[in-house]
Design a protein around this ligand. Structure first.
Ligand code: SF4
Length: 474
């Protein structure tokens, strides 16, 4: 059997409540405390026997808690992101100071897009990995010479060298189950997403998205635009296994970019899940036909997470969303008729935004009325077409994607619409969506039906109002 380096997979400690981990598409401290599973780190962790996955923010671990662990390992793999990179570098330097012989590597879209600049940030970083890093990290953990491993940028003789890129993984069933890593290393009780039942477990059944939305990070970096998928049997077997590991789980979430990109496969997985009797949810585009929605619903689908982004067709065209507003309306009506809940996500400040389109989108959201919403500020991540356009056209008024407290910041501004106006629209959006009699009755009704939901909603309500108050003061 191969010997492996003693390997620590670390989502570094950060600002309190910061969900910047290896599963967060949009790294920020949320309106209410939320954490995604660090699935991108769990996948290589599952390939390295004897490793440990440590997800510091949900566990409320500080740098002082994590620092002593450096002495117990030969290799530390840190997941980073654009908003958290500077902080993650400080963590790497602290680990190196604790154990000078610890080898430290960074993974994630940020370092895949900017390998040389990332290496230049600190001598504590020994290597950074490219897009598809699971087997790259396994090779490093096996102790193979870095020069022989595809998909790496590493230090050699005082400078940096880059090996050939690693080909995208086509046989996705080669990735072992992540739920075993979750069971071994994580406390699933700490993972909370307001619109999912608790406790939930999320994982991926495939990588990549066929759409080409200009703002969306993963398909333009780590995932690509082909939907590379695990087999139906592999997915259903993992959920069956998870049922044995986590009998208390109330909901499984498939966090593929667009789980409904392959409708026959989505229906086949649903039928397998239906036999297991699990409740589940997934990401979807607002164009799933009614017939497919019916099959998914009849087989345990509870909720769809849908990126509507805007209610203005020209903005959707500008960002290459590939969805018509009228189709999204019909999809939403169908889902509601079938009893499928929707968490709708919207983005303020995309190219083409004006005060009038902001108003149009708020009206659209209240008209289609998803059960819950999330409103984000347009975030030009390096590696995206939106970032390139923003640089070329002078829209980037502020480089930072989050503020000093880890809360999303407005980076884009336009000659006719300053970033401060975009920032303010977020609060207006939330207030006008949630502070309506119809919505308040709906939330109170849910709370009356379920005591556990009532306790969560009250806690989240307090956090949400605190978030609005803090924005007022900002
Ligand atoms: S459809 Fe969703 S996941 Fe796919 S590129 Fe667009 S925003 Fe990203």
């Amino acid at each position: 059997m191969t010997d492996y380096l003693r390997t620590l997979f670390l989502h570094p400690p950060s600002i309190e409540g910061f969900d910047g981990g290896a599963g967060a598409r949009y790294q920020a401290r949320r309106e209410v405390r939320s954490f995604w599973y660090p699935t991108w780190l769990a996948q290589p962790a599952a390939l390295v026997p004897g490793s440990r996955l440590l997800d510091a923010p949900p566990a409320d671990l500080t740098l002082d808690d994590v620092r002593p662990l450096a002495r117990d390992y030969d290799l530390a793999v840190l997941h980073t992101s654009t908003p958290s990179f500077a902080h993650d570098v400080q963590v790497a330097e602290a680990l190196r100071a604790e154990n000078p012989s610890l080898r430290i590597g960074f993974v994630g879209a940020h370092v895949a897009v900017h390998p040389d600049a990332s290496m230049a940030a600190s001598r504590a970083i020994d290597f950074v990995a490219g897009n598809e890093f699971d087997f790259t990290i396994q090779d490093v953990a096996r102790g193979r010479p870095l020069a022989t491993i595809p998909g790496l940028t590493y230090r050699v003789n005082g400078s940096c060298a880059t090996t050939p890129a690693r080909a995208p993984l086509e046989d996705m069933d080669r990735l072992p189950f992540v739920v075993d890593v979750y069971h071994r290393d994580l406390d699933i009780d700490r993972y909370v997403i307001g619109y999912l039942l608790h406790p939930y477990v999320s994982l991926y059944t495939g990588r990549g998205c066929r759409s080409k939305c200009t703002f969306c990070l993963w398909p333009q970096t780590v995932g690509g635009h082909r939907y590379r998928t695990r087999s139906v049997d592999h997915v259903v077997a993992e959920i069956a296994h998870a049922q044995r590991l986590f009998p208390q789980v109330k909901e499984y979430f498939f966090d593929d970019d667009t789980f409904t990109d392959d409708l026959p496969r989505a229906e086949a997985i649903a039928r397998g899940l239906g036999k297991l009797g699990v409740t589940w949810s997934c990401n979807a585009k607002a164009n799933v036909p009614e017939a497919t929605l019916r099959v998914l619903r009849e087989n345990g689908l509870r909720l769809l997470l849908v990126g509507y982004e805007s209610g203005n067709q020209q903005i959707l065209n500008n960002v290459k969303k590939g969805v018509r507003v009228d189709v999204a309306r019909e999809f939403t009506r169908n889902a509601r008729r079938l009893g499928i809940k929707i968490h709708g996500t919207f983005i303020m400040g995309l190219p083409g935004e004006t005060p009038e389109t902001i108003e149009e989108t708020i009206r659209y959201a209240t008209e289609i009325d998803p059960d819950t919403i999330q409103v984000s500020l347009a975030a030009p991540y390096p590696g995206t077409a939106l970032h390139r356009d923003a640089l070329a056209r002078g829209w980037l008024e502020n480089e930072a994607l989050v503020d000093g407290r880890g809360v999303q910041a407005s980076a884009l501004g336009y000659p006719h619409l300053p970033r401060t106006a975009i920032f303010d629209s977020l609060e207006t959006f939330y207030r006008r969506f949630y502070f309506r009699p119809r919505k308040i009755f709906q939330i109170v009704g849910e709370m009356a039906r379920d005591g556990a939901v009532a306790r969560r909603r009250l806690k989240e309500g307090v956090e949400f109002l605190g978030f609005l108050r803090r924005r007022r003061r900002a």
